[in-house]
Structure formats: C-alpha cells, structure tokens
Design a protein around this ligand. Structure first.
Ligand code: GLN
Length: 539
C-alpha cells in the first residue's frame, strides 16, 4: 500500500505550493522511492481546457491526453515521470461523475450528499492514483487557499482520508507566508498561526509547515510557529525566496524534509542521489553567453500562458551554457502599419511561434514567420506555429494567395489547414481536440531525423485542425519537406525547409516533454541553431 503526502496552502495564493510539492516528490525519488503526483483544483470546470490562458495560464497536456493545470508541467519537469488522467482532479470532474452515477441509478435510492458521496469520490481519486501508478508515495497538492468555500469538500475528504489511513500513512504539509514588515523590521507569524488554526478547524493538523519568507526566520520565530502550530521545531521548513526555482529542492534537502516524511511513514532512509540536480544548479548559476529568441504570441503579457515553452527554451540554453533572453512579441502589434518588423525582430537570433487558438494576431504571426524564412533566421513552429508556417509558405512561395486555415476563414478557397471529417461532427468544445500522444514516423535524411535520431517518436497533441493533404504535392514541389507523418491517420506532423539553415515545425507540443535535465531534441537544435546564427553574424 502506498503512503500519501498532502500539500495545502494558507494565507494567500502564489506561495509556490506547486514547487514545494514537486520538490518533495523529487527528494523522495532521490531516496529511491517511486513517486506519483496529483493536483486537486477546486473549480467547477471539468478541466482547464476551455479556460482562457488569461484566467489560467498554460493548459498542460499529459501523455494520455488530459488537459491539466500548469502545475503538472512543474511536476513532470521536476520528477521526470509521465503523469496521467488521475493526476488532475477538479470539483467539476468529481461532481459530474457523481451526478452521472446518480443518473445511472448506481446509488440505489439513496439521497446524494456532499458527505459522503462527493467526499468518497474525492478519496477514490487518491486511491486510484496510488493503485494505477503503483507508486510508493503519492504527493497530492490542493489548489487554492485553506478556508476557501470551493476547496472545503476536498479538505473534508482529506480529513477522512487521514482517519482511514492514520498518521503513519499520511503526511500533511502546509505552506504559508511569513511576511516581513518594514518599519518595525520584523517577521510576522500571525498569518501563519491563523492559517494553521483554519486548517485545524477543518479537522486537519499539519505535520510540516513550509514557510515562505524573504529572510531566514531565526530561532525565536521558528519556536513561535512551532508552539502555536503544534509541530516540532525541526518540522518548520523554511522556503526563503530564491532567484532560481531549482534551488528549492536543495534548500529543503538541507533541512531534511524528506527524512522527516520518511520517518513518519516508517520507511527506510537511504542516501540521496542528487548529484545530477546539483550539476543542473551549477550550470544555471554559471551561464556564459546570451542569445535572444523572439516568441511571437498573443498572450505575451502573461508569460504563464507559454510556461512550458519558456522552460524548454531555458533548458536548451542550459545545455549550451547560454542564457535565453526571450523577446515577448505581441503578434497583434506586428499587424499595425507603423510597427516595423525589422525593428521589433532586429536582435532575434531565433523566432518561435507557439500554439494558439482563434484568429486574433494570426496575420502578425504570419509576418514574423515570413521574416524568419526570408531572412534565414532559425524558426521553430509549435502546433499553431506549424499551421502558420504552412499558410505563409502556401501564400508567398506557392502563390496561393488566399491560403488559410478554416479556423480563421471558414470559406477560404485554399484551406491548407482544415478540419478532418470526424472533427466536423464535433459540437462540444471541452475535451474534443486531438489530445495526447500520437506516433510520428520520421523520414531519414531530414532535419527532424537528425534531431531525434530515430524513425518513430511519440509526441503530445492539443489541436483540432490539421494539414490538408490535398496541398501536400504543391507545397512539396516548391520545396517544403514533410518529414514527420502519423502512420495511422496519414497526418502531417512535421514540416521543414531544407533550403533554410533551420526551419522546422511540428503539429504537436514538444515543450511538454522537455525537462531541465533532458532537453527536448527540437528545442535543443533550435537553440543551437540560434547560437550558431549569432556567432556567424559576428564573423
Ligand atoms: N488552433 C489550432 C488548432 O486547433 C492550433 C492549436 C494549438 O496550437 N494548440 O488546430
């Protein structure tokens, strides 16, 4: 039977609960335990797939095709394990499944209530994660802040869970804020005290308190929190502000958080294998050069909308000991008459068009892509970024002037990007995209083959539209190479331009599979090409 760690948050959001949960998981894994992670989101959407990135940031996609919270991206990048449908549970998912069971008649005449029916469903999701993953330890993060109406049933389910499993199988980690007040120049413990009281009101006594603070707490503050919080002083783990999130696991490790957890579980404490992580930290802190990459999107004011892309670029930078300077380019602004492309993109050594939906800013992305193609600047297109590259090439090279995607122009004469027949019948928006892993066969002798070094790959998808195979021949004739094809559906997965130093785009999302310690091949080669481009300019 697995053991369970629950990570809750108090005082306010944005304290880095996701990174705390990921760091704990990483440290337990480094002790040789098999870990699995879950995020509970208290909102009523079934998943974040239908939410605007402005509301929610990026939608992360798991290998099995679940649209999930962006914290799952942190989890996967930290623990380097593939998560799945049991990893992101929302109130929407819980309620809809209970109501579906009620409609089916599964409850045999009972009155359906929050407790026990909803709370049982929540507990089942924790057990399901444990049994399907076969993990030794499941780490579950609860979104929101303790005391929120939204998360109250989830907290109730966790209270019951501890009753069932006992302290020897459950560890509660509560993350809080210890603010520093200027003027009186001191750290204040009251918000932390109150948030622990709030947690206790829900029937949960934390075992470990993780305190976010700008400076070291010092002995007296630690003692105070321990006293009021009823936790041993050594179970106060300080999460001091850091410049670089990869430092957090090491900071926690120095305070023995994983040993405290393993001791409570009665599990063996072995030596940690963290050398690879320390090496990463060393690299990140000693980057030598810098290269500018233009990321052309429509939510650039909100970096979280492109979180995994940003992390994948940074990871590629680490491999070459180079800092990636991202120039966040608003695609809509590029469409304005008084905006000069060569001004905005003058320092770009690589141009990346990431995923996206809807017609706003599309023409700006096409302009940026054309600029990359014509000026021979390295280009990486991701999902929509591949569709953009196809439209641009069809319009300006193949002279199909009104080429477009039917997403943006449903009646265009040259729909180079179009819906497949099965998608035309779809009416619901939620969960109906082409999602998750699909195979892609790679043609030998291409850039894609050079990058991946094998002829069959699996990549994660999240899109509705596809390359329209009717146009393959004409685009090929003009020099576009279709280097990756899905063998089952004969769909275009990767395109490239061999008469360009580095122009490649995929219909999938490589960013979801990249890790800080194991960069994805497409990001690797793109950043490498951008560095080479920069070096050639100097010659
Ligand atoms: N909007 C495009 C589609 O649905 C691309 C989606 C994406 O970039 N994730 O096919």
């Amino acid at each position: 039977m697995a053991k369970f760690v629950f990570v809750t948050g108090g005082v306010c959001s944005g304290l880095g609960k996701g990174i705390t949960a990921s760091s704990i998981a990483l440290l337990l894994k480094a002790k040789g335990y098999k870990v699995f992670m879950q995020k509970f989101d208290p909102y009523m959407n079934v998943d974040p797939g239908t939410m605007s990135p402005i509301q929610h940031g990026e939608v992360f996609v798991t290998a099995d095709g679940c649209e999930t919270d962006l914290d799952l991206g942190h989890y996967e990048r930290f623990i380097d394990e593939e998560l799945n449908y049991t990893s992101n549970i929302t109130n929407g998912k819980i309620y809809s499944s209970v109501i579906e069971k009620e409609r089916r008649g599964d409850f045999l005449g009972a009155t359906i209530q929050i407790v026990p029916h909803i709370s049982n469903e929540i507990k089942n999701k924790i057990y399901e994660a444990a049994t399907t993953s076969g993990a030794d330890i499941v780490i579950t993060e609860i979104g929101g802040t303790v005391g929120d109406i939204e998360s109250s049933v989830m907290m109730e389910a966790l209270r019951q869970f501890r009753q069932e499993q006992g302290r020897e199988n459950t560890v509660f980690v509560h993350t809080t804020l210890v603010p520093y007040l200027f003027g009186s120049n001191e750290l204040k413990t009251k918000p932390t005290q109150n948030s622990i009281i709030e947690l206790r009101r829900l029937g949960i006594q934390p075992d470990i308190v993780v305190t976010r603070a700008p400076i070291d707490l010092g002995e007296s503050v630690r003692k105070k929190i321990a006293l009021f919080g009823s936790v041993p002083v050594e179970n106060i783990i300080e999460a001091k502000d850091v410049n670089n999130i990869y430092q957090i696991p090491m900071n926690f490790h120095k305070q023995n958080i994983e040993e405290i957890i393993l001791k409570q579980f009665g599990l063996k404490i072995t030596k940690s294998n963290l050398a690879y992580w320390e090496e990463l930290l060393q690299t990140v802190e000693n980057l030598k050069g810098e290269v500018e990459i233009a990321l052309v999107g429509k939510y650039v004011e909100l970096e979280d909308a492109y979180l995994s892309v940003k992390e994948a670029l940074k990871a590629a930078g680490y491999k070459y000991h180079t800092k990636i300077k991202i120039n966040w380019v608003d695609s809509e602004a590029l469409e304005k008459k008084n905006v000069k492309l060569e001004e905005v993109l003058k320092d770009a050594k690589g141009i990346l068009v990431p995923g996206g939906f809807g017609s706003r800013g599309i023409e700006g992305k096409i302009l940026a892509c054309q600029y990359a193609r014509e000026k021979k600047i390295p280009y990486l297109g991701i999902c929509l970024g591949m569709q953009i590259a196809v439209i641009e090439f069809a319009r300006h090279v193949c002279k199909l002037e009104d080429a477009n995607s039917t997403e943006f122009d449903p009646v265009c004469k040259n729909p180079v990007i179009d819906l497949m027949a099965d998608q035309k019948a779809v009416t619901n928006k939620g969960g109906t995209l082409r999602l998750g892993n699909y195979e892609c066969h790679i043609e030998k002798g291409t850039l894609a083959y050079k990058d991946y070094g094998k002829d069959m790959i699996l990549e994660r998808h999240r899109h509705r539209y596809e390359f329209n195979n009717k146009y393959r021949e004409v685009l090929e004739k003009h020099g576009m190479v279709f280097s990756g094809i899905n063998p089952d559906l004969n769909l275009v997965e990767i395109i490239e331009l061999p008469n360009h130093p580095h122009f490649i785009a995929g219909q999938f999302h490589p960013e979801f599979k990249s890790r800080p310690t194991k960069v994805h091949p497409l990001f690797d080669s793109f950043v490498k090409a951008s560095i080479t481009y920069q070096e050639n300019l100097k010659k």
